[in-house]
Design a protein around this ligand. Structure first.
Ligand SMILES: Cc1cn([C@H]2C[C@H](O)[C@@H](COP(=O)(O)OP(=O)(O)O[C@H]3O[C@H](C)C(=O)[C@H](O)[C@H]3O)O2)c(=O)[nH]c1=O
Length: 184
């Protein structure tokens, strides 16, 4: 059982990657590996898991994000969808990056057994494509509430075109300052 790891095109060698699981299926159902540090390390993407989170979202069209933790609490995230389907999005927010504010996206679903690895320096968000979705997050750093920050889902500098009408955003996610309102 191994993971198929592919960098997202146009994301650069240090950009997001898709991690496809190879579920073992038999008459009882299926078994799949969510994480293999040595296999990710072989691709230069290995990390130590510090926190594991689970989020359950109701409402097709719901958007969570874009979130990241400010330095020095930046983190790598491996996001897996275990129920329903989401459009998962990683936004390059690295100062000086030639791809700054470029958003890369991929559909993650329980059916396609695909996770997205979001490197430090990228903000993360997703939109629910089904009425109910559940995600598992593997984080390389601990959650630090004071370091939590975000970009607005409709920030013109990012200009991401969500596939569904944005819905059900938290008060915080509706009110992140726009890029133009921030100190560079
Ligand atoms: C991430 C996190 C959150 N929390 C608390 C903070 C809030 O009181 C509550 C919900 O947090 P938040 O509103 O940030 O949850 P989401 O909007 O689903 O954000 C998550 O989804 C987006 C798309 C992400 O990429 C983030 O990693 C993650 O924060 O859990 C914790 O106690 N520990 C944690 O590690």
């Amino acid at each position: 059982m191994s993971l198929d790891i592919v960098q997202l095109a146009d994301g650069g060698a240090d950009g997001p990657a898709l991690v496809r699981r190879a579920p073992f299926r038999d008459g009882r159902g299926q078994f799949s590996r969510l994480f293999a540090r040595e296999e990710l390390a072989a691709e230069g993407l290995g990390f130590e898991i510090v926190h594991v989170n689970h989020s359950a979202t109701i409402g097709k069209g719901t958007i969570r994000g874009f979130h990241y933790q400010k330095p020095p609490h930046g983190e790598i995230k491996l996001v897996s969808c275990i129920r329903g389907a989401v459009l998962d999005v990683a936004v390059d927010i690295r100062p000086g990056s030639p791809r700054r504010f470029r958003a890369l996206s991929a559909e993650l679903s329980a059916g396609n057994a695909t996770a997205m690895l979001i490197p430090d320096g990228f903000a993360h968000g997703f939109q629910a494509l089904t009425e109910e979705v559940e995600l598992i997050y593997l984080h390389s750093a601990a959650y630090v509430a004071d370091a939590a920050d975000g970009y607005r889902f409709d920030d013109p500098a990012i200009g991401f075109d969500w596939p569904l009408q944005p819905a059900n955003l938290s008060e915080r996610d509706r009110n992140w300052p726009l890029t133009g309102e921030r100190a560079r």
